[in-house]
Design a protein around this ligand. Structure first.
Ligand SMILES: Nc1ncnc2c1ncn2[C@@H]1O[C@H](COP(=O)(O)OP(=O)(O)OP(=O)(O)O)[C@@H](O)[C@H]1O
Ligand SMILES: [Mg+2]
Length: 234
């Protein structure tokens, strides 16, 4: 298992070049952060990996096999799960029904129990299993969104700004869960606005600006705000 490799990736929407020549790798048991200002191309990168944004150059490989041109359902079956921006919870459905929707993207090679893992990581998902998802707090809904992705028992977990709009205490819960997910051997690619916290958490973080890689930092560089700010402004 070599994880996820993105090589020289370009994404373009008509005249807009959202990502230009981006290369990164995420190994099993590793969290890689992808940070940068608004419009940098972070979400486009995740969607390109998932097969839902137009790739105009480069390669995306899963365990050494290219997945460029695959449909999102097939990418999911090959073991990639996305926690989308804004959570996309179905408010009318129960917590349990939302979680089971994740099973639709279940990877072809699963032999684990993704639902059990989701319950173990986020006990409120078991406690509130019969509750309508729409009545949960923002933090609980984010736990549900991550739980739903884990239900598919993925090898690679992509997250798009999971801490957006959450209270600091809930951010702690989400970030702690990510370390447990990493320690369970998944490859985690984390898109975030909270740059410093992400650099501190991730094994490696890349700063993307205007579609291009500007800077790569290790977790020990979290205090180096000068380089971080400079990369954002470059
Ligand atoms: N579906 C689309 N059609 C056309 N242009 C798009 C589309 N999605 C994104 N873009 C453009 O591509 C560029 C990169 O957008 P993207 O959403 O990937 O950035 P981001 O880093 O995720 O930003 P944010 O921090 O605001 O979420 C922006 O200029 C954006 O306007
Ligand atoms: Mg985005």
């Amino acid at each position: 298992m070599t994880g996820l490799e993105v090589e020289n990736l370009s994404v373009r929407y008509g005249a807009v070049e959202a990502v230009r020549g981006l290369s990164l790798e995420v190994r099993p048991g590793q969290i890689v952060g992808l940070i940068g200002p608004n419009g940098a191309g972070k979400s486009s990168t995740l969607h390109a990996i998932m097969g839902s944004a137009p790739i105009t150059g480069g390669d995306v490989r899963l365990d050494g096999t290219s997945i460029v041109g695959r449909r999102p359902e097939e990418v999911a079956r090959r073991g990639v799960a996305l926690v989308p921006e804004g959570r996309r919870i179905f408010g009318e459905l129960t917590v349990d029904e939302n979680l089971r929707l994740g099973l639709a993207g279940r990877s072809a090679r699963t032999n684990g129990d993704g639902l059990a893992r989701a319950h173990e990581l986020f006990p409120i998902l078991r406690e509130f299993r019969s509750r309508q998802a729409g009545v949960l707090s923002g933090g609980q809904q984010q736990q549900l969104a991550i739980g739903r992705a884990l239900a598919a028992d993925p090898e690679i977990l992509l997250l798009d700004e999971p801490s957006l709009g959450l209270a600091p205490k809930i951010v702690d819960i989400v970030f702690e869960a990510l370390t447990q997910i990493r320690d369970a051997g998944l490859a985690v690619l984390l898109v975030e606005q909270r740059a410093q916290r992400t650099v501190a958490l991730a094994d490696v973080s890349h700063v993307l600006a205007n579609g291009e890689l500007r800077l790569t930092l290790g977790s020990k560089d979290a205090a180096d705000t000068e380089r971080l700010v400079a990369a954002y402004l470059a």
